[in-house]
Design a protein. Structure first.
Ligand code: URA
Length: 275
């Protein structure tokens, strides 16, 4: 009893001085306590590294610019304006070599500008550089060019003072594909200026493509060839112009040789007429 009294005193001394209930509770007989909802683990706080210098302020991006489609009339206009701004052949050649808007240029090895003498009485305009011309950067140096040289030599004209030669296109179309209308129009802007700056006595259009583009007609070469017409320059000057077969066609079609020879004789007569 003494022990129990001493224990009671010890409780009182420690503040346990009030009974909770009249009846004792057997807590082992109680149902197990409900699990308490898990408390989320505290997210470890990681310290952001202190930047050595403040992040750069992003520059204001330029407003998006729609790419100009390669077929855009704007590019044709650009070619026209550029061609018209050229006052000499050297300027025109530099402008064409620097002109990057024609897709043909991207696949070509060389820009094929012209060959022969720009002071010569005859200017010949052909179609497009082939593989040989693309490789060497000069027009009409392959087999059809050799035939052209022989035909012209037969009437006493050579590249050395007798004729000047160029093409409707300055770049070889990849796989010799047909150039698009915009590609043709861009090149034609330069070709027109080319003719204006050379001002030949006689213009010869070799093949259907050259004849149709320069004369702006849908008429076929069989109808056009051998008939003199005029190419009018911006200042009104009229250049006597003769469409003729392309030498590549003459090579493939022996029957066309006689007509081609007639055309050569017609050029010779016209030169004599013009003095
Ligand atoms: N055919 C052309 O029309 N031009 C050339 O330069 C070569 C072949």
């Amino acid at each position: 009893m003494e022990g129990a009294a001493a224990l009671l005193r010890w409780y009182v001394d420690n503040g346990v001085d009030e009974a909770i209930g009249e009846e004792p509770i057997d807590r082992f007989a109680l149902p197990p306590p409900q699990p308490v909802a898990a408390v989320p683990a505290a997210v470890p706080v990681t310290k952001a590294p202190i930047p050595l210098r403040p992040p750069p302020v992003p520059a204001t991006p330029p407003p998006p610019r729609a790419p100009i489609p390669l077929e855009s009339p704007q590019l044709v206009e650009d070619a026209r304006a550029l061609a018209e701004s050229c006052k000499t052949l050297a300027e025109l050649e530099a402008a064409i070599r620097g002109f990057d808007s024609c897709a043909l240029k991207r696949t070509a090895k060389n820009t094929v500008f012209a060959d022969g003498d720009p002071q010569a009485p005859v200017m010949i305009v052909g179609e497009a550089p082939g593989a040989d011309e693309d490789r060497l950067g000069k027009p009409f140096v392959g087999v059809s060019g050799q035939l052209m040289d022989r035909m012209m030599a037969a009437i006493g004209l050579t590249r050395d003072g007798g004729f000047y030669i160029t093409n409707i296109l300055f770049w070889r179309p990849p796989g010799n594909r047909t150039p698009t209308l915009a590609e043709q129009a861009m090149c034609l802007a330069f070709v027109r200026r080319h003719i204006e700056l050379v001002r030949p006595k006689i213009l010869v259009l070799a093949g259907a493509t050259a004849a149709k583009s320069v004369l702006d007609t849908v008429e076929g070469i069989t109808r056009l060839r051998g008939k003199w017409t005029v190419h009018r320059l911006a200042d009104g000057t009229e250049i006597p112009t003769l469409p003729t077969f392309h030498p590549a066609y003459v090579l493939r079609t022996p029957a066309s040789k006689r007509l081609s020879w007639h055309d050569m004789l017609a050029i010779d007569r016209k030169l004599k007429e013009l003095g």
